[in-house]
Design a binder for this molecule. Structure first.
Ligand code: UDX
Length: 438
C-alpha cells in the first residue's frame, strides 16, 4: 500500500526516515526550513555523514518517490496522509528537552490542515508530550488529526541497518485506525510491533536509552574497580556478557558515552522524573559516573606527567564515536579544555568529524601532524585509522615517554608496549596505571 508521506525535519532522523520510506515505495516529501539543506538534498548530497545514505538518496530521487521542499509557500499542500515530525529536541540548560521546534511544527500543521491526517511523532519527546500537543493543537484543528508516537532506535553510523533490521517497532496510539495505517507503513519491515498507548511509547524510548546508558556507566565503574584491584575488564565483560540475561552489548568500557541522544535523553528523563515528583536516584548516578569517566585521561596523564604543563598532548578523535561526523557531546569537548587547564599544549585530529570549537587547541591535518613531538596521545574515538597505526613509526615521532591513553580500550596493549610506548587504558590488566611512573 503506497502512502503519501511527509517528513518534517531532515536531520539524522528525518532524512533516514524519508529516504527509507521512499525506498519502500511510499510517496515521500521531506520538508525543512533550511533552503541550503533542501538544495543540497535535491542535488543528491547528504548534509550528514551516514554510511549508505547518499546512495539511497540518489536512488529514491531518481525513482521519483522522494522530493524535498521548504514550507515557504505554506504548509497546506505539504501535509501527507501520514506526516512525521522529526525535528530536533535539544537539551536546554536545565536538562529539559527543548520542544520549541516540535510545537512550531505541530502548530503549523494543525493550522494549515484542510483534511484529516495522521501526525506521527518521530522526534524524542518526554512522556506526556503527546497528550499536551493533542490537547493544545490537534483538538483545536478544523479536521480530525490522529496522534501517533513512533520513536526511533537508530544508531548514528548504523542508521540504515537499524531501520531495516530493527529489534522492534513501537506504535503508541489511541486510535485503532491510526495503528492500521502505521502497520501498512511498515509492512515491509520484518520486526515485532509493540502497540501501546502514547505515554508508554514515549517512555519506552527514554527507558531504552537510559538502560543502555546504565549498562555503559555500570561497566565503566567495574572497569575503574578492575584498575584498583588488578582485574581485567575485557575478561569481566566477557564473563558477565555471556549470561543471556545480561548480554554482551553495551559493555565496552572506556571514557563513557557521548552523542546527541544518551546525554540528552538521560538528563531529560531525570528532569521529567523530578518534575513529576520522583527522585530517579539510579539515573542520577549514571549521569554522574559518565560525566567523571570522560576525564580519566586527564587525571591519569596529570599523575603520570607532573610537568604536563610543559608537554604536548595529541587528542585523537573528535566525533563522539566512529562512522559519524557528529561531535555533539563528544568526550573531546571536555578532555581538551581540561588538558589546556593543566597547561598542556593540545593538538587534535579526526578523519571525519565536523568542525568543533576548541579554543586554545590546534586541529591537525593528519594523525602524524598531531603526534609529532607529543609526549602523550589520547584515543577518544576508536577510528580504524588509529587502531591500524604503525606504532613503531608513532614511537619515532612522539616525544618521551610516549604515553598512549586508550580511552576506548580498542588497541592491543602488548603491541603498543613492544613498540617502546607506554600503554594506558580503562580497567585493562597489564596497562600502566596512573600512579606508575613513566
Ligand atoms: C543511541 C542508541 O543506540 C539508539 O538506539 C538511539 O536511537 C540513539 O542513541 P547513538 O547515540 O547513535 O545511538 O550511538 P551508540 O552507538 O548507541 O553509542 C552511544 C555512545 O555510547 C557512544 O558515545 C559510544 O562510544 C558509547 N558506548 C557505546 C560505550 O561507551 N560503550 C558501549 O559499549 C557502547
Amino acid at each position: 500500500m503506497t502512502l503519501r508521506i511527509t517528513v518534517v525535519g531532515t536531520g539524522y532522523v528525518g532524512l533516514v526516515t524519508g529516504v527509507c520510506l521512499a525506498n519502500s515505495g511510499h510517496d515521500v516529501t521531506c520538508v525543512d526550513i533550511d533552503p541550503v539543506k533542501i538544495d543540497l538534498l535535491r542535488s543528491g548530497r547528504s548534509p550528514i555523514y551516514e554510511p549508505g545514505i547518499e546512495e539511497l538518496l540518489r536512488t529514491t530521487l531518481d525513482r521519483g518517490t522522494l522530493r524535498f521542499a521548504t514550507p515557504n509557500a505554506g504548509w497546506r499542500d505539504l501535509i501527507g496522509d501520514v506526516t512525521f515530525i522529526a525535528v530536533g529536541t535539544p537539551m536546554s540548560p536545565s536538562g529539559a528537552a527543548d520542544l520549541s521546534q516540535v510545537r512550531a511544527a505541530v502548530s503549523a500543521l494543525c493550522d494549515a490542515a484542510d483534511r484529516p491526517f495522521t501526525l506521527v511523532m518521530k522526534s524524542t519527546v518526554p512522556p506526556g508530550t503527546g497528550a499536551t500537543l493533542t490537547g493544545r493543537f490537534l483538538a483545536a484543528a478544523r479536521h480530525s488529526i490522529a496522534y501517533v508516537s513512533n520513536p526511533e532506535f537508530l544508531r548514528e553510523g548504523k542508521a540504515l541497518e537499524d531501520w531495516y533490521h530493527t529489534d522492534r517497532i513501537v506504535i503508541g496510539a489511541d486510535d485503532p485506525a491510526a495503528v492500521m495505517v502505521m502497520r501498512a507503513l511498515y509492512e515491509d519491515i520484518d520486526s515485532p510491533i509493540v502497540v501501546t498507548d502514547v505515554a508508554s511509547a514515549e517512555t519506552i524510548k527514554y527507558a531504552s536509552n537510559a538502560f543502555l546508558s546504565t549498562k555503559i556507566s555500570f561497566i565503566n565503574e567495574i572497569a575503574n574497580l578492575c584498575d584498583a584491584v588488578g582485574a581485567d575488564i575485557d575478561s569481566v565483560a566477557r564473563g558477565i556478557g555471556l549470561d543471556a540475561r545480561i548480554g554482551p552489548g553495551f559493555l565496552r568500557a572506556g571514557i563513557g558515552y557521548g552523542g546527541s541522544c544518551f546525554p540528552k535523553d538521560t538528563r531529560a528523563l531525570d528532569f521529567i522524573a523530578t518534575l513529576n515528583g520522583y527522585e530517579f536516584t539510579l539515573l542520577k548516578s549514571v549521569i554522574d559516573v559518565n560525566n567523571r569517566q570522560r576525564l580519566l585521561p586527564v587525571i591519569h596523564l596529570a599523575r603520570a606527567l607532573p610537568d604536563l604543563h610543559a608537554r604536548t598532548v595529541a587528542v585523537l578523535g573528535l566525533a563522539f564515536k566512529p562512522d559519524t561526523d557528529d561531535v555533539r557531546e563528544s568526550p573531546a569537548a571536555d578532555i581538551v579544555p581540561q588538558l589546556l587547564e593543566e597547561g598542556a599544549t593540545v593538538v587534535t585530529y579526526d578523519p571525519v568529524a565536523a568542525p568543533i570549537e576548541l579554543p586554545g587547541a590546534r586541529r591537525a591535518a593528519s594523525v602524524w601532524d598531531a603526534l609529532e613531538g607529543a609526549s602523550a596521545a589520547v584515543i577518544v574515538t576508536e577510528w580504524d585509522e588509529f587502531i591500524g597505526l604503525d606504532w613503531e613509526r608513532v614511537r619515532s615521532v612522539m616525544a618521551a615517554p610516549g604515553i598512549v591513553f586508550d580511552g576506548r580500550n580498542c588497541l592491543d596493549g602488548a603491541t603498543i608496549e613492544a613498540a617502546g610506548l607506554t600503554y594506558m587504558a580503562v580497567g585493562r590488566r597489564g596497562a600502566h596505571r596512573a600512579h606508575d611512573r613513566c
